[in-house]
Ligand binder design. Structure first.
Ligand SMILES: Nc1ncnc2c1ncn2[C@@H]1O[C@H](COP(=O)(O)OP(=O)(O)OP(=O)(O)O)[C@@H](O)[C@H]1O
Ligand SMILES: [Mg+2]
Length: 331
């Protein structure tokens, strides 16, 4: 597929969602809402939701409830049946039985574009249970993705009816956009998981909800983000090597993360995992592909440098050159 075939679509997007990568909201502003991590400001109401937040979450939950009645011992029947499923072979911890039930354990993190919830899926009477992360993209009236422009260049929206709905920003269009992002993230994770990239296993997708392998402990404690860590020099070097290996795997697929920072990297028991991948960028098809790659490398190498990684080890230019030659076809 030739990249220029997409030019008309990308113009539509940038005209209607006027926010290029340069116009993104700043990260600190986006991080301030409702998170519970030690690298972030304390919430003003500890452990309590405001009334509007409570209502909003209740609405969100209803949207994702596929049956009217709740099964005994859970909030809903497992939504595995009828969902788009993660790649095979399925990991051994996955619960695919129809009799399984899901229980909402709470909100892990609320963001501008999506909320991440903790879900327990269990097979009653068997003791088999697993904690999952459910990332629910929002289709709210005023919600605006920083990723709605720019990133979409080189992608394709198939039907003109959908294209018109997106441009008109009808309710249908807004929901479609949220669904498009969940679909994009699920697709990217599936592809990357298959080639062995360090990403959470994508369990399933239903509409605007992506269910992921939960990186953390079985009591629901999430793995810390890289940004929260102050690693000793050896650990820091090891994490840098894991980062470069991960980015090389992506580049081998012709991809850049597209929103890489120490906030979109988790460290689970010493293992580095990339998350938050809906905007993954095709370095070849996207006219700004190499710029995205460059920005990813600058961001993450900047974090490592600030933590004291020696410059010769964490040289961003050297890494960028390797990634570009890996991602772009020779010649
Ligand atoms: N699979 C997972 N396991 C454990 N924690 C997770 C997982 N996925 C996401 N999280 C937590 O939820 C947070 C938000 O996830 P993610 O970055 O994918 O969503 P987002 O809405 O794009 O957030 P942001 O706007 O803050 O970037 C992460 O920083 C991480 O702390
Ligand atoms: Mg994120």
């Amino acid at each position: 597929m030739h990249p220029h075939e997409y030019d008309d679509l990308s113009h539509d997007f940038s005209d209607n969602f006027a926010a290029g990568p340069g116009a993104r909201r700043s990260r600190p502003g986006r991080r301030n809402r409702g998170s519970r991590f030690d690298d972030e400001p304390e919430p003003t109401r500890r452990g309590r939701l405001t009334e509007s937040e409570r209502l909003r979450l209740a609405e969100r939950r209803e949207e994702h409830q596929d049956t009217a009645g709740a099964p005994a011992g859970g909030d809903r029947w497992s939504t595995w049946d009828g969902a788009e499923h993660g790649p095979e072979p399925h990991p051994p911890w996955l619960i695919t039985e129809l009799a399984a039930v899901d229980t909402e354990l709470g909100v892990l993190k609320t963001g501008k574009e999506a909320d991440v919830h903790l879900i327990r899926r269990e097979l009653p009477g068997t003791g088999r249970r697993v904690v999952l992360a459910a990332k629910r993209y929002r289709a709210a009236e005023h919600r605006m993705f920083h990723r709605d422009a720019g990133y979409l260049e080189g992608r394709r929206v198939r039907r003109s009816r959908e294209m018109r709905a997106l441009n008109a920003r009808t309710a249908f269009g807004r929901n479609l956009l949220a669904e498009q992002w969940s679909s994009a993230e699920f697709g990217a994770l599936t592809r990357l998981w298959r080639v062995g990239a360090p990403v959470p296993y994508p369990v399933q997708r239903v509409g605007t909800e992506v269910m992921l392998e939960f990186l953390g402990e079985s009591d629901g404690t999430a793995a810390p983000r890289l940004a929260a860590l102050r690693p000793d020099p050896n650990t820091l070097a090891d994490l840098w090597h894991q980062t470069t290996a991960a980015l090389l795997t992506l580049a081998g697929e012709g991809l850049a993360h597209g929103d890489l920072s120490a906030y979109n990297v988790l460290v689970h028991r010493g293992r580095l995992v990339l998350i938050d991948l809906p905007q993954v960028v095709d370095v070849v098809a996207n006219p700004q592909g190499v710029e995205f790659l460059h920005r990813d490398v600058r961001n993450i190498a900047g974090w490592f440098a600030a933590r004291g990684l020696p410059a010769d080890l964490g040289d961003p230019d050297a890494l960028l050159a390797r990634l570009v030659s890996e991602a772009l076809p020779a010649g």
